[in-house]
Design a protein. Structure first.
Lengths: 382, 232
């Protein structure tokens, strides 16, 4: 293993021109996989990590379910094209180990006691590897968990410190990882400073370990800033688009979509950025008051009852209906006979409750006369 | 007692909200007298109750007395398993569907004659607790098997927005498109539209509500959108 050039040159800069404590460029995005409950794409230096989160949902196979808490099941896989020499698709020992490590790094940040016997599946795919993939994976997974709306104690950020040419540096790139003296990945819940992952591989003195961990923690804070911005951006982007379109297009009153904005209006108003922000926050206040009485999970709140009656009352228009035969085809005690929905289509007849009463004495089965056979084609799920 | 975050500000999980004598509501957790957010949402305070209006979350967390729309997944001896888009599959037992108190017939029959796999039902959440899966009941006003309509699903946290204050948003949608909508608390929606075009317009409008739920003036914008689309 010949090192042809120094990893830290005379100016104190590293192979890619960075300073000792400088992070590689970071770019993040959430909501990239629509089908998943949550997802994130993280680009950290040359790394590109795609993460999808499904859950909480029931565990399959059932014997893996934990009776008192949520199971966190991360699956870390390197794409075959993510490294120089094609990596075989079968998961190797390293991927199994990293899957376990990532699950354990994320678990302290999740309220696992809230969902017993369920699982959160985190699928991590490294589509481009460039040193420090486990850290970028944890960063991506935490973003995806937040995007999925899973209750979290905090967001986990992760970065690797290392030792190169006897010096402790931050955020190793691929070359430094392979040819350096040591590697110290650290993951931290940024807001509480709780460390959830700390590994060491190489030769460090105990002072260097301390230095490395502190340096990595500072790096994690910087990573968290970008995570925070990314999560807010998803919503603020929409607000800004709407503010912009509603101001330039007031007369037309036409609805504009997020990214595909058609500017058929020649007149564009010049708006101050600060003005826009002020309008944005005022606008949010209005909708919060609008949504005010729709709060969920507040058991002591009497307005909750309004919510339920809202749904039930609004949807039904009732009509008196005579029962079709003398023998009641559904229970008269527990189900209200009088409700029949007013339906737009005349040819669809709706009967309240589908019940079958099997009369053993007569030895026949009576089915409720309903046109489920004709109308099942209308039922579609999206 | 102080808040470091402004009301209606967008917060992320783990963000410090404030200290003092609040009550931790939805999306907020307390640690040593300090309050933090646990989901992405807009902060709101009402009479000492600190809570979030959530903006993310695609899994439904059932509450007692919620009216939901579900789909039968399997039929057992005396109960069905129902998919309500939640963490767990709910259970609907036969005694919650028919009333057998006056029935002297045999106990065992093929319950798939009553509700078969794939059937869409409207039911009420009867029991929710940590030791078991949610239990549903179809005893109640208007709870029944749904044999028609177009079923779509939206994010359950957006359901209050789709209904609007005192039903303002949903009534507006129904009027503008001359259709009927049934919205379950789990985010499953049944659309009864007079034609395919109206149905498609409603689906697009609901997706718009989902993405723009945090911006004000939504009801008016959706109204204009619907009017525009229904014009031709």
């Amino acid at each position: 293993m010949g090192k042809n050039r120094p990893l830290i040159d005379v100016n104190g800069l590293r192979v890619d021109g960075r300073k000792i404590d400088e992070l590689r460029p970071l770019e993040m995005k959430v909501g990239v996989i629509k089908r998943a409950n949550g997802s994130a794409l993280v680009k950290h230096g040359g790394n590109q990590i795609l993460c999808a989160v499904y859950g909480p949902r029931e565990v399959h196979p059932k014997h893996l379910a934990l009776s008192n808490k949520l199971l966190i099941r991360a699956e870390y896989r390197l794409a075959t094209f993510s490294v120089n020499d094609r990596k075989s698709p079968a998961p190797r020992r390293r991927e199994h180990e990293l899957s376990k490590i990532i699950s354990e790094a994320l678990e302290p940040s999740i309220f696992v006691e809230r969902f017993p016997r369920a699982v959160v599946d985190i699928y991590i795919n490294v589509i481009d590897a460039d040193g420090g993939t486990r850290c970028a994976s944890i960063t991506a997974a935490s973003l995806a968990l937040a995007d999925a709306g899973i209750p979290l104690k905090g967001i986990v950020a992760s970065v690797a410190a290392g030792k190169v040419e006897g010096k402790v540096v931050l955020d190793l790139c691929d070359v430094e990882d392979k040819d350096g003296d040591g590697d110290l990945p650290v993951a931290m819940v940024a807001t509480t400073k709780e460390i959830t992952l700390c590994q060491l591989d190489g030769n460090f003195t105990s002072d260097e370990v301390k230095e490395g961990i502190e340096l990595a923690m500072k790096g994690c804070e910087a990573v968290y800033e970008i995570q925070h911005r990314t999560l807010l951006e998803k919503f603020e982007h929409v607000s800004k688009e709407i503010q912009k379109s509603s101001l330039t297009d007031e007369s037309k009153g036409e609805e504009k979509e997020d990214s595909s904005e058609e500017e058929d209006d020649d007149v564009v108003m010049e708006i101050d950025e600060s003005e826009l922000e002020e309008m944005g926050s005022k606008a949010i206040e209005d909708i919060v008051s609008e949504v005010n009485n729709e709060e969920e999970d507040d058991k002591n709140d009497p307005e909750d009852e309004d919510n339920l009656s809202d749904i039930v009352e609004v949807e039904f228009e009732t009509e008196k209906v005579e029962p079709e035969s003398d023998k009641p085809e559904y229970s008269t005690k527990s189900i209200d006979l009088d409700i029949v929905e007013e339906v737009i289509e005349e040819d669809i007849d709706e009967i309240n409750v589908v019940t079958t009463i099997i009369d053993e004495d007569e030895g026949e089965k009576k089915d409720n006369p309903q046109e489920s056979e004709n109308t099942t084609e209308n039922l579609e799920e999206e | 007692m102080s808040l470091v975050v402004e009301k209606s500000e967008l917060v992320v999980p783990g963000q410090f909200l404030g200290k003092g004598k609040f009550r931790a509501g939805y999306g907020v957790y307390k640690k040593n007298d300090e309050y933090y957010a646990s989901v992405i949402g807009l902060l709101n305070v009402r009479q000492n109750n600190l809570f979030l209006v959530p903006l993310t979350g695609s899994v439904y967390f059932p509450k007692i007395e919620d009216v939901v729309i579900g789909k039968i997944l399997s039929a057992g001896m005396s109960s069905w398993k129902v998919d309500i888009g939640g963490v767990y599959e709910a259970i609907l037992s036969i005694s919650s569907v028919i009333d057998r108190r006056n029935d002297r017939g045999p106990r065992i029959y093929d319950i798939s004659k009553i509700l078969n796999i794939g059937d869409i039902i409207m039911a009420r959440v009867e029991v929710v607790d940590r030791t078991r899966v949610p239990v549903l009941s179809m005893h109640g006003r208007g709870l029944r098997k749904m044999s028609s309509g177009r079923l779509i699903t939206i994010n359950p946290v957006k359901v209050p927005r789709v209904i609007g204050k005192s039903g303002s948003m949903i009534s507006m949608i129904k009027n503008e498109t001359n259709s009927k909508l049934i919205v379950g608390k789990n985010g499953w929606i049944l659309i009864y539209a007079p034609n395919y075009k109206a149905e498609q317009v409603i689906i697009d409008a609901l997706q718009l509500i989902e993405t723009q739920s945090h911006v004000s003036g939504l009801t008016d914008r959706i109204k204009l959108y619907l009017q525009e689309k229904m014009k031709n």
